[in-house]
Design a binder for this molecule. Structure first.
Ligand code: GH3
Ligand code: MG
Length: 482
């Protein structure tokens, strides 16, 4: 597909055609047909694409779900038909072909759905900028450039063009996208060349979604460090004792100090804190040296700026995390849980009951007795440990939160039977391990419900709660699913 994105018409055509022939000879599904149609479109040959669609209109290969929308947009006879295909696509769960469609149909989308066009352009710009998916970003920027041309915003147009030029150079595809390399803007580009990395950093930080979580933030920031300092190894770790939060990117090489800066070869370890509860360590190393005086000064400037940017952003993220979490266990609190569950339930496929979301409620059995017999401190320790087990077992399937007192709640992106399996694992693990952890037995009861049984948050949680009650009635230490 690379040929298509670089618009090498002949080469791409030859390549895809060969693949198509092989598929035909061997009676395989014609997936290359999709590549062929997209290729014609990306190379600006819409008529050829239409002819292909006409010729193969009954071939199931062109009616796969995300591609079907593209086909409908290509053959739309008027704006109305186009709008229908576009709006169904944009509200569908498919993320395939997003940048291609934005690029191919900028003008049409602009005519029929201007507001949504801008929203989508910004959304995918942010996404691919922070993911550093450069070829996809290229196509979003091409579409954005056209958009600013259409709304006649010269400033934004030039800014986008600068980003585009830089990206084209980074990808080394100047020959293929020469028409976007603007001679007039060139001198400015040279002037800000040394500030490139900083601009890139600011762009990435600007594009960070307001809801980015700590793990994502660290991953993005380690990418920033690599691109600014061109280092081979980066380690970042953050811990917050207020809500028992910790996150790490990579592992700190053994026996490495923090609070050091060596320039020959490069090795930096910075430790800092947000407040008394929260600490971070950034470590980076490269197998090269910084020697020249001018380089040394630039290096220190960058490092200082980087540290400031990092701690400022981190502060925002930590404070937001704290507001969403329960301070005893570090789990999400009830408020955040309800938000997340709402997001899950609003997914189109879930609403259409094509996808199942399961919810469980869990309550520690006879917790009052634990408090009475061993004291509140021990009770708190039990809560923290049970939370940890819940978190570990639910990881990868969904999230778990502290709903109140000794009650927990979780949502899993899975069917009820899977949820039952996860809950059973938790129940058994606690039953077996509690004696050795606490010195006495601790058990949990569960109630499970799912989005196929009820639709609203209140109903789904209500049903899980009823079943939890039933599990208690039936003698506790069990999972009830109906
Ligand atoms: P059941 O098996 O029916 O659930 O009985 P239970 O004793 O677990 O339930 P009950 O609702 O009677 O008691 C819950 C107790 O949990 C009462 C409350 O003092 C205690 N609790 C709630 N929050 C906390 C907390 O944060 N720390 C501690 N140590 N105890 C808590
Ligand atoms: Mg209880």
């Amino acid at each position: 597909m690379f040929h298509s994105y670089l618009r090498h018409y002949e080469k791409g055509w030859e390549y895809i055609n060969k693949a198509l022939l092989v598929e035909k000879e061997n009676d395989l599904p014609h997936s290359s047909l999709r590549a062929m149609i997209l290729h014609e479109m990306l190379c600006g040959k819409k008529e050829n694409a239409r002819e292909l669609i006409e010729k193969y209109r009954d071939d199931p290969a062109i009616h796969t779900r995300a591609f079907e929308y593209l086909v409908r947009m290509i053959i739309a006879r008027d704006d109305e038909e186009f709008f229908r295909a576009w709006s169904e696509y944009v509200s569908s769960p498919y993320t395939l072909l997003r940048e291609e469609i934005l690029y191919l149909f900028t003008d049409q989308i602009f005519r029929v759905d201007k507001g949504k066009l801008e929203e989508e352009l910004n959304k995918w710009d942010s996404f691919y900028t922070s993911e550093m998916t450069k070829l996809s970003l290229l196509y979003v920027l091409l579409a954005k450039l056209r958009y600013y041309e259409l709304i006649r915003n010269e400033l934004k147009y030039n800014m986008t063009k600068l980003r585009l030029m830089k990206l084209i150079k980074q990808l080394g595809i100047e020959d293929d996208f020469r028409e976007f390399l603007d001679e007039d803007l060139e001198p400015q580009v040279d002037n800000i060349l040394t500030g490139y990395e900083i601009i890139e950093t600011l762009e990435i930080l600007r594009s960070l979604d307001q809801r980015v979580n700590l793990d994502e933030f660290l991953r993005i920031f380690s990418n920033i460090i690599i691109s600014i300092f061109r280092t081979q190894s980066v380690f970042i770790s953050v811990t917050d004792k207020r809500v028992n939060l910790s996150s790490t990117i990579d592992f700190l090489p053994q026996n490495k100090q923090t609070n050091i800066v060596k320039l020959d070869p490069l090795e930096v370890g910075i430790s800092g804190s947000i407040d008394e509860y929260s600490e971070y360590i950034i470590y980076l190393a490269g197998n090269f040296s910084i020697k020249k005086e001018s380089e040394v000064e630039e290096f220190w400037n960058k490092l200082t700026l980087l540290d400031e940017l990092f701690s400022n952003q981190l502060k925002g993220i930590i404070y937001r995390e704290r507001a969403m979490r329960d301070s005893l266990t570090g789990l999400y609190n009830r408020c955040r849980f309800t938000q997340i569950l709402k997001e899950y339930l609003e997914e189109p496929q879930v609403k259409l009951k094509q996808k199942e979301i399961s919810v469980f409620m869990a309550d520690i059995d006879d917790f009052k007795k634990i408090n009475d017999n061993y004291g509140h401190m021990k009770g708190d320790e039990v809560l923290r440990n049970v939370a940890k087990i819940l978190q570990e077992e639910v990881e990868g399937f969904g999230i778990v939160a502290r709903y109140g007192g000794e009650e927990f709640v979780g949502v899993l992106e899975a069917e009820k039977n899977k949820c039952l399996e996860v809950c059973e694992n938790i129940r058994r693990r606690l039953e077996m391990a509690s004696e050795s952890i606490f010195g006495f037995r601790v058990t949990l009861s569960f109630g499970i419900s799912s989005s196929l049984e009820r639709s609203t948050i209140t109903e789904i949680l209500g049903l899980a709660d009823q079943r939890l009650y039933k599990a208690k009635e039936m003698g506790k230490n069990r999972v009830c699913i109906e």
